[in-house]
Design a protein around this ligand. Structure first.
Ligand code: CA
Length: 367
């Protein structure tokens, strides 16, 4: 319906006509032109992840007749990728698109806005964020950091990375030099792995030369582009340190508070829509990429049970240590954990049984 026909129809009753006449100037006054710079932690080459910020920007522009513009800049153009939230907190840029766990060194509570090892999966994280008070809990913490947090994207469960040699037991992890990002390194270190921080573009040569023995990145779609299967063919699953990592748009708190309420609503809704859109994008692209990787020689391997169990115990011991001295971490982690317990009770009745049957049909070639 165009604006003219809407006004004509709304004017049928005298009261409606009066309401339209009074409301129109108020709406105009509340729709200022706002242009923000949004610095991404990701390069354009990660098109699914970088694209989530572009999708958010498009939704915001379309919903405000172009009056609220978010200009997205790739990592490094305005601010280095891993300093995006610092720049927002300082007010250098209005907002960023990032993974809050990059900043866990400031405070491990940051990691809970993305994921921690053996954390919530994609669906559970959304349930907790949108219906379990998660967004408010995260913002109770993030507001102390001068940031406002809006979930905006998810990769779903990631892969466990590429290994030059097979991992048959916990013993094979001793002294293994592995490129692994952020907070997960703190946990995997307890299993004997030597975590390495290496930027995306330098991983392949390090694996090829044998400077490192293994590297994790994202999942089939992104990993295929970097070609790891050529130099480290064993592709392990699942990525237990990233069961459903949530990306976020982080807004400078003062800028958020200055924003008209209607724009706050538009931005929050655009982030929520982009969140599910990014997951759908990966869910559509990963199956094809996985088939292609296997056809090119990737060897799929599940992590041995003793590795998963030891990692699970190491993670829980770490959370208990942090919770003993960090009240904000404890409050949020306890809330996520309580929900996780119930969510897996329900999931083992519902999705699990449906999916296991459907997978058996897939394996039998019947789908
Ligand atoms: Ca990863």
């Amino acid at each position: 319906m165009d604006r003219r026909s809407f006004l004509t129809k709304a004017s049928v009753g005298g009261v409606a006509a009066g309401a339209v006449a009074l409301a129109a100037p108020a709406i105009a006054q509340e729709s200022p032109t706002v242009t923000w710079r949004v610095t991404s932690s990701f390069p354009k080459s990660l098109d699914t992840i970088f694209g989530a910020a572009e999708t958010m920007s498009k939704y915001v522009s379309e919903s405000t007749d172009g009056k609220f513009q978010l200009q997205i800049f790739p990592a490094g153009e305005l601010v280095p990728g891993l300093e995006a939230a610092d720049a927002v907190s300082a007010g250098t840029v209005e907002a960023c698109h990032t993974a809050s766990y990059y900043y866990w060194g400031k405070d491990p509570t940051y990691a809970l806005g993305t994921t921690v090892p053996f954390g919530l999966n994609y669906r559970q994280m959304n349930a907790w964020l949108y219906h379990g008070g998660g967004i408010d809990l995260m913002n109770e913490f993030f507001h102390t950091q001068n940031l406002h947090y809006l979930p905006c994207g998810n990769t779903g469960v990631q892969m466990g990375g590429w290994y030059r040699k097979e991992i048959n037991s916990l013993a094979d992890l001793q002294g293994l030099k592995m490129r692994i990002g952020g907070f997960a390194g703190k946990i995997i270190e307890k299993l004997g792995v030597v975590p390495q921080q290496i930027a995306g573009g330098d991983i392949y040569p390090s694996l090829e030369k044998g400077t490192i023995d293994a590297a994790e990145w994202v999942g089939p779609y992104d990993d295929e582009k970097l070609g790891f299967y050529k130099v480290a063919p064993y592709y392990y699953y699942p990525g237990w340190w990233e069961g459903g990592p949530t990306l976020s748009t982080m807004v400078n708190l003062a800028k958020w508070n200055e924003l008209p309420k209607a724009y706050q609503g538009v931005l929050a809704t655009a982030c929520e829509a982009s969140n599910s859109n990014m997951m759908a994008n990966y869910d559509y692209k990963n199956p094809t990429a996985l088939k292609s990787l296997v056809a090119n020689g990737a060897q799929l391997r599940p992590f041995p049970q003793d590795v998963l169990s030891a990692a699970f115990d190491a993670a829980n011991a770490t959370y208990a240590e942090i919770s003993a001295t960090n009240a904000a971490f404890k409050k949020i982690h306890d809330s996520q954990s309580a929900f996780k317990k119930d969510a897996y009770l329900w999931a083992q009745i519902s999705e699990y049984n449906y999916d296991v049957f459907m997978m058996s049909q897939q394996q039998a070639g019947k789908l």
